[in-house]
Design a protein around this ligand. Sequence first.
Ligand SMILES: Cc1cc2nc3c(=O)[nH]c(=O)nc-3n(C[C@H](O)[C@H](O)[C@H](O)COP(=O)(O)O)c2cc1C
Length: 202
Amino acid sequence: MSDRLCHPESPGENPLLLFERWYSEAQAAGTGHADAFALATADGQGRPAVRIVLYKGLEGGKLRLVTNLESRKARDLAENPRAALVFFWPTLMRQVRMEGRVETAPAAESDAYFATRDRASQLGAWASDQSRPLASRAELEAALDAARQRFEGRPVERPPHWGMLHFVPDQVELWLAGPHRLHDRFLYRRVADGWSSERLAP
Ligand SMILES: Cc1cc2nc3c(=O)[nH]c(=O)nc-3n(C[C@H](O)[C@H](O)[C@H](O)COP(=O)(O)O)c2cc1C
């Protein structure tokens, strides 16, 4: 991608289109797990936590991810919907940072995505009380067996505690490595009629 394409002197440029282009380029470049990003949340007291999750595509300006809706991240987000994320694609030496809020996707969207998962993953979603203490691996295997028996001979329905989240960015920074650590940084902020943009010092 050329510098011109993400230059802030193109007013109103939608950084999510640039992000999508970078994402395709990262996949094409063979960057392992181009879809993995770090998602940072903070609870009601402002205590931060961060973990890797997988990007499931962009829909109407929102980044999609799937998770357990009773996990620590989901509990943090219920108290404080503000979140931040970062992708790093080492093969291209590019970074994308975003800040925004997270919403629970409509149930129909979670259902549709869950239906595309392989049966083993669907059963795993029933078996795991994500982020809760577990006495042993055996306890997890037993929960998986129970889920297998429960759904034997019929489709696995989506557990109510599993679903899709939408990350709605209001700030996006595209970062690309430059020579002698003189990197390029372009910060976009959502404004009433689109996006504002500016170049930041590296
Ligand atoms: C490569 C990778 C991909 C992951 N993808 C997801 C994911 O898409 N959704 C998810 O809930 N957890 C995913 N995890 C696990 C999370 O990092 C984390 O352990 C889990 O979501 C519990 O986090 P929490 O206790 O903060 O809610 C992934 C971990 C790795 C290393």
